[in-house]
Ligand binder design. Structure first.
Ligand code: ZN
Length: 191
């Protein structure tokens, strides 16, 4: 088990575009080790996901998993998913305003708009191709992780900086209203 150091906002590596991985690279031990490290680091930090540039590796790989996450208890479960070279495509114009945080942006949350319905194509860690539709908060989680691969942070998508809060002030002043709205949304969209 290897928990890697997570880079924080201000580190220039978080602002780079990560490169695609070849099938040959993916099959080799260093990239498989990186995937194991990402999973361990995500688990240790209670993240809903983590992308390779967050540990300083500029390759298009991210891991996602939601299973009664203490940071985001309202998020529907997502089985452990490794995405390699993901491509995300919105399926329509429907957007949802969600409150996000990020392991690379310590103690800060803010509201961003995410597409509700997306198609995501990616390889898993064995190089098998996947072509799936993701909806709701799950779609948002995939968009957040894929943004990292293009050097984007949720901060860049915060449309109203007055929604920025520390985690403590979110709990104190905003959590109840957000959880009520987003729970209705999850019940309607189903994920
Ligand atoms: Zn993040």
């Amino acid at each position: 088990m290897t928990v890697r150091e997570i880079l924080h906002v201000g580190n220039p590596l978080l602002r780079e575009r990560s490169r695609e991985v070849t099938r040959q690279e993916l099959a080799a031990p260093p990239m498989q080790q990186l995937i194991d490290d990402l999973i361990d680091t995500m688990h240790a930090a209670n993240g809903a996901g983590i992308a390779a540039p967050q540990v300083g590796e500029l390759v298009r790989i991210a891991t996602i998993e939601v299973n009664r996450n203490p940071r985001y208890p309202y998020k529907p479960p997502i089985p452990l998913t490794v995405v390699v070279n993901p491509v995300i495509e919105p399926l329509d114009d429907e957007l949802v305003e969600v409150n996000e945080g990020c392991l690379s942006v310590p103690n800060m949350r803010g509201n961003v708009y995410r597409h509700v319905n997306v198609r995501v194509r990616y390889w898993d860690r064995h190089g098998n191709e996947h072509d799936e539709v993701k909806r709701g908060l799950t779609a948002g989680t995939f968009q957040h992780e894929c943004d990292h691969l293009d050097g984007l942070l949720f901060l860049d998508r915060v449309h109203d900086t007055r929604t920025l809060t520390t985690w403590e002030q979110f709990e104190r002043f905003h959590r109840a209203a957000f959880v009520e709205r987003i729970t209705e949304f999850v019940a309607r969209v189903g994920s």
